[in-house]
Design a protein around this ligand. Structure first.
Ligand code: NAP
Length: 248
């Protein structure tokens, strides 16, 4: 029996990186896993097969997290195919970094829509089912950048701060329905998103982290297992930093 046996989870943006690690950990802990991807179609299909090997029900959906109507369609499909929805993880996210002076309106809107509006889209669509069940766990992936800010990432930082306010508001509104809502704030996690950065900069970051290394996607996924499971049944409205004490 895994920590998530019998539960159905929906994870957005699981074709790679942190989302993929969460999907695998969830399957290992016995959850049935629905997940989304957008551009990485082959990786999404490969993950579906990889998850099914754990003997759980798994299905990938190509769905754009930034689109309100698509989220409603997605949640309806998951609820009808899986028979319910217990855990929602908003992980899909992008960066379009630039100094404010050079940041375009498109780069601002795209990041806000994919990172922040996406959380509104899926939570809005999922609450009906969770309220009926009088149970639910929502986990939104924010970032230490949403707490501290970061030069060159005004759009990303704003989207991630927005997630913190949204998470706390959802926890306050839906607590009486036994729906918990928490955020996970990773620090520097080594994924494809960060692999595009120059090695010298990256080593500088590693050196500045008290634990002297970047984090692994699995280390974020473990925090999501805890917050999705009944082990955290009285924890809601929190932002859990997974950052090797980077922001302390
Ligand atoms: P990643 O490797 O670039 O993966 C991002 C995932 O999001 C991909 O599966 C991608 O799917 C999906 N995605 C992007 N836009 C989407 C859309 N419009 N609709 C649906 N899915 C979409 O990034 P990551 O590093 O794993 O980051 C995952 C989350 O953690 C993000 O929210 C990020 O902001 C946050 N985070 C990361 C770090 C870090 O250091 N890596 C630190 C703090 C927070 P496709 O490829 O199929 O489009």
């Amino acid at each position: 029996m895994g920590l998530l046996s019998g539960k159905t989870a929906l994870i957005t943006g699981a074709s790679k990186g942190i989302g993929r690690a969460i999907a695998i950990k969830y399957a290992q802990e016995g959850a049935n896993v629905a997940f989304t991807y957008l551009s990485s179609v082959e990786k999404g299909q490969a993950l579906e097969n990889e998850l099914a090997a754990y003997g759980i029900k798994a299905k990938g959906y190509r769905s754009d997290a930034s689109q309100f109507a698509a989220a409603e369609e997605l949640v309806n499909a998951v609820v009808s195919e899986f028979g319910g929805l217990d855990i929602l993880i908003n992980n899909a996210g992008i960066t379009r970094d630039n100094l404010l002076m050079r940041m375009t309106e498109e780069a601002w809107d795209e990041v806000i829509n994919v990172n922040l509006k996406s959380c509104f889209n899926t939570v809005k669509a999922a609450t009906r089912t969770m309220m009926k069940a009088k149970a639910g766990a929502i986990i939104n992936i924010t970032s230490v950048v949403g707490i501290k800010g970061n030069a060159g990432q005004a759009n990303y930082a704003a989207s991630k701060s927005g997630i913190v306010g949204f998470t706390k508001s959802v926890a306050l509104e839906l607590g009486s329905r036994n729906i918990r809502c928490n955020a996970v704030a990773p620090g520097f996690i080594e994924t494809e998103m960060t692999a595009v950065l120059d090695e010298k900069t990256v080593q500088g970051w590693r050196d500045a982290i008290p634990m002297k290394r970047g984090g692994q996607p699995d280390e974020v996924a473990n925090a999501c297992v805890f917050l999705g499971s009944d082990m955290s049944s009285y924890i809601s409205g929190q932002v859990l930093q997974v950052d090797g004490a980077m922001l302390t």
